[in-house]
Design a protein around this ligand. Structure first.
Ligand code: PLP
Length: 397
């Protein structure tokens, strides 16, 4: 192992060689059932032939061209995204953090364009995750992400999801620009907000001229069984939305979407990206979109998610000393644990199952959207084995 890499990741002792569908293989040929899927990026499984073909064909033609020229792939993917959502316009970047940055810039710039430059405050929530750039860590406000990175940026207000009165008061302030929230908190531990919560906040934002931003970087692109998680509910559409992860099926792409009105301050010259929207990313993004947005894919996600949910609830009932709650939405599933979640991830790995960590001592399952029924049942079987080992460890401790 080299010490030439910055040590910012708690890396598991697993060196991945290659992947196929829902499976990952390490360099020794050991096979793991992958319920991390690149942390919700590899939504169509590993080495999906449709995406491989799209990427290879584009790679043979043109990799990159400056955004000072027209890029047909961007136009095609933007039209797909606006056709399937509340949005009128799209801007492409390279990651979720970058999408969030652009979304926040768009919100402040909207009020600037309206002659209200004093509206700068962004309301964010405890348990949120919006990425690791400065605006993103300040919007989410998790103390462990901001500590040691200088003063908290001004213009960010932290609330808790349950603080109804605080939310109403903050939205009504004349300095508030926007509210950013994940319809399903991912890193926070697969916590799904209710339709009532979203509707209430949507209505308050509309009433007070505050822009509503959804961060659907993790919950979007089919993960919950709708193209976007908020589409489960009526009348809760945002003004701006950040997406990434599954948008490229594992290839790096991010984007923010907005209504034409909300984006009115984002005129030529005020924002940009060298690599954002490059032809390679767009070719894969179009192929991924066409696969994910299919009714049969979304129905499959709903069916597999329902199966997993009921099997996991039964597992939790059989193992009440290990699993205290099953939560989340669609294939963004959290198991709230009694033993330490990091230890449990290692135990699952010993049983050839890969799961992700999450807030509130959860482990998350974020498998390929194409996970088969047999694979879903296999994941539950391996979780049960991990529960057994966890119980033995607890008894010895
Ligand atoms: N927003 C959410 C909801 C996320 O889950 C993530 C990443 O996990 C991000 C933003 C940041 O995305 P990226 O790591 O691509 O910058």
């Amino acid at each position: 192992m080299t010490d030439a890499l910055l040590g910012v990741y708690n890396r598991a002792p697993l060196t991945v060689s290659h992947g196929q569908g829902s499976w990952l293989f390490d360099v020794d040929g050991r096979r793991y059932l992958d319920c991390v899927a690149g942390i919700a990026t590899d939504a169509l499984g590993h080495a999906n032939p449709v995406l491989v073909k799209a990427l290879a064909e584009q790679a043979a033609k043109l990799w990159h061209v400056s955004n000072i020229f027209r890029i047909p792939g961007q136009e095609a993917l933007a039209e797909r995204l606006t056709g399937a959502s509340f949005a009128d316009v799209v801007f492409f970047g390279n990651s979720g953090s970058e999408a969030v940055e652009g979304a926040l810039k768009t919100a402040r710039r909207y009020h600037f364009a309206n002659g209200q430059p004093e509206r700068i405050d962004v309301i964010g929530f405890a348990g949120s995750f919006h990425g690791r750039t400065y605006a993103a860590i300040n919007a989410a406000g998790n103390p462990s992400y901001v500590e040691g990175f200088g003063p908290r940026l001004p213009g960010y207000v932290q609330l808790t999801i349950d603080d109804e009165a605080g939310i109403a008061e903050a939205i009504a302030r004349p300095t508030t620009a926007a509210l950013i929230v994940e319809p399903v908190q991912g890193e926070g531990g697969a916590r799904a907000l209710t339709g009532e919560w979203l509707k209430r906040v949507r209505d308050l934002c509309t009433q007070h001229g505050v822009l509503l931003i959804y961060d659907e970087v993790q919950s979007g692109m089919g993960r919950t069984g709708k193209l976007f998680a908020h589409q489960w509910f009526e009348g809760v559409e945002p003004d701006i939305m950040a997406i990434a992860k599954a948008l490229g099926g594992g290839f790096p792409i991010g984007a923010f979407l907005a209504t034409r009105e909300a984006a009115k301050g984002m005129v030529a010259g005020v924002h940009g990206s060298t690599f954002g929207g490059n032809p390679l990313a767009m070719a894969v993004g179009i192929a991924a979109f066409d696969e994910i947005a299919k009714l049969e894919t979304l129905s499959h996600v709903q069916a597999i998610a329902a199966l997993l949910k009921s099997e996991l609830q039964a597992l939790a009932a059989r193992n009440p000393d290990i699993v205290s709650e099953i939560r989340g939405k669609g294939l963004l599933i959290g198991l709230k644990l009694i033993p330490n979640n990091r230890d449990f991830m290692a135990l699952a790995r010993d049983h050839d199952l890969l799961v992700a960590g999450g807030g509130e001592n959860c482990v998350r399952l974020l498998p390929s959207l194409l996970l088969s029924e047999a694979e879903a049942l296999e994941a539950v079987k391996r979780l049960e084995l991990a529960c057994g080992t966890a119980r033995e460890r607890l008894a010895k401790a």
